[in-house]
Design a protein around this ligand. Sequence first.
Ligand code: TYD
Ligand code: MG
Length: 452
Amino acid sequence: MSKLKTIYICQNCGAESSKWIGRCTSCNQWNTFVEEVVSASPRTAGSALLSDGNRPVRLDEISATHQERINAGIAEFNRVLGGGLVPGSLVLIGGEPGIGKSTLLLQLALTLKGTKIIYASGEESLQQIKLRAARLKLSSRESLFIAETSLETLMAIVEKEQPRVLIVDSIQTLSTERVESSPGSVTQVRECTSEILKYAKKNHMAAILIGHINKEGNLAGPKVLEHIVDTVIQFEGDSHHLFRVLRSTKNRFGSTSELGIFEMRQNGLVEIPNPSDHLISGDTDPVSGTAITAAIEGIRPFLIEIQALVSSAAYGMPQRSSTGFDLRRLNMLLAVLEKRAGFKLIAKDVFLNVAGGLKISDPANDLAVLTAILSSSLDLAVNHRFCFTGEVGLTGEIRAVGRIEQRVAEAARLGFQRIFIPRFNKGIDHAASGIEIIRVTRVEEVFKKLFR
Ligand code: TYD
Ligand code: MG
């Protein structure tokens, strides 16, 4: 029997220390050290993939039997995974409490047909799962459910049932007898994850783990967890807004630029395949302070309404506030407006908002942001059948943006009349696109065309 010893482990980064310290020396976080009891004899280090009789092979000796991906039954989820679940892979889904992680995975367990699934919950009782399923109006005769928090029991069941997909709601509630520390601690989470990983790789089972996130918005537990798993997915959005966005931050089997968009309704999460249809208010009376951007988030084009409100600052220091758009970028754009286009906004409050609660990061949104701000400042509405795309540089020039064809095509599909694009974007066929294309070089030019 190995001797037990007490050490302190940073719950943020996994750093160890023999005594308690207030501030972690490796990740600089305060108050993250927690006492944990570990076995003193170091466990044999080694990857989950190693086994007896292992030998190195040449690439051409590896049989490239193309592993069929498992269709997750939810198109938006498949998209984020890069085309479905890969057998033998480990997916970690993080998100704030109440965002809909359990709902999403229960929906998955109940819609995926023809694949054996075990849904293990340490957070909810079987009755609660049943009630939720009733609310979702879904049922399945194949999926198996278990309320369990012991890793050993769970793995014994998995061994016996041999599922193709294992869902664990949440990895923080699982614990193994092999380590002494309490469930949810770094050591427990790390042990349980690598145990599941070992089994998944050996048996070609896909595992989806739900992870809690901490107050900084990172996945709770150490960063090491993100290194162990193959795919890390964040489920974002807040409960007051329309959309829930699934975004992968790491993916060994696909790109990380894909987004999956859902809406939480009465009976569960509904996929939104055409988000643009929902992101533009169908207002027929144009109002000042809004402009529509033809953005690309992930690899899909979106048309999103940007709203701005410019008003005289009541007190000395003007306020700048932004929701869904980078505040520093907003300040930069305001400086450009002031210096290059001669608009004095120095004594004004500027508020910016992106419709639908989305966070956007495409630089091509600059032009619509500036247009919305100016529209509000001048109190002149922009025709709501116009849309904009273009990155604004420090000299007020409008720079070329990527994938212009997709942006123009999406705007045309949604029936826009006119799209303002950077002059430097070549190769877009005017006649074929079915929308009037206005090419612009500088911000002043756009404003002259719009507000004169
Ligand atoms: P949940 O999936 O339990 O979130 P998480 O596991 O991420 O903590 O709950 C999501 C929220 O969604 C919950 O507050 C209630 C709400 N909800 C609906 O609006 N409609 C539904 O059909 C369900 C099941 C939940
Ligand atoms: Mg939950």
